[in-house]
Design a protein around this ligand. Sequence first.
Ligand code: AMP
Length: 223
Amino acid sequence: MKIILLGPPGSGKGTQGDLIEQNYGFPKISTGDLLREAVQENTPLGKKAEASMNRGDLVSDEIVMQMVEARLSREDCQKGYILDGFPRNINQALLLEDISSQQAEVVLDIRLSEKKLIERLSSRRICSQCGNIYNLFMKAPNRPDECDVCSAVLVQRQDDMPEVIMERLRVYRQETEPLIAYYRKKANYHPIEGDKEIEPVFKDIQAVLEAELTKSNRSEAMR
Ligand code: AMP
């Protein structure tokens, strides 16, 4: 199954994607994480992407597609995968259709008001070592500024600074929101209420996924 996680920055796609991965075994592919890794490792691709990321703008489709195509061709994606932060515009959605297999597709659109998104993004902290994500209110670390998993220092992402947050939300409205209309026309689009604690949001997602898995198993059995 191909699971596409839509939703603005700060809506909880990363956290919910991790829970889906843990519970259903599909690998989560976050283009933001792949790009941050490339920047950290100073690869040619990372060098090209860094300036756009720091401004809060989208990286070019060409760079992102190169990365996604390489990742999707790996063995662990053959039965399905979870896409977090991709596609980000209609062109990427069309390119994804060209390169991806004919698996059942489910689109989960996590919805949240802009006021809540700003609150969440400004209180997000990540581990400088293992990348574990915290939120000072919803998923606070046991000790302030220290990762529960590896004890490394927690930091704020460069693009979670106030002026960059506003730019990311503007880019989302302009580039990514039209995707909702595109996917809404398809049968497997599911809006998810994101203004709740992590667990209740995941319960709603599970209800959708269970129904979709049953549907896709049934149609496979009929083939
Ligand atoms: P995220 O972690 O998904 O919020 O992504 C962080 C940043 O990486 C974004 O603000 C973009 O600069 C870049 N990025 C991530 N995914 C994509 C994508 N699918 N297309 C273009 N840029 C992306």
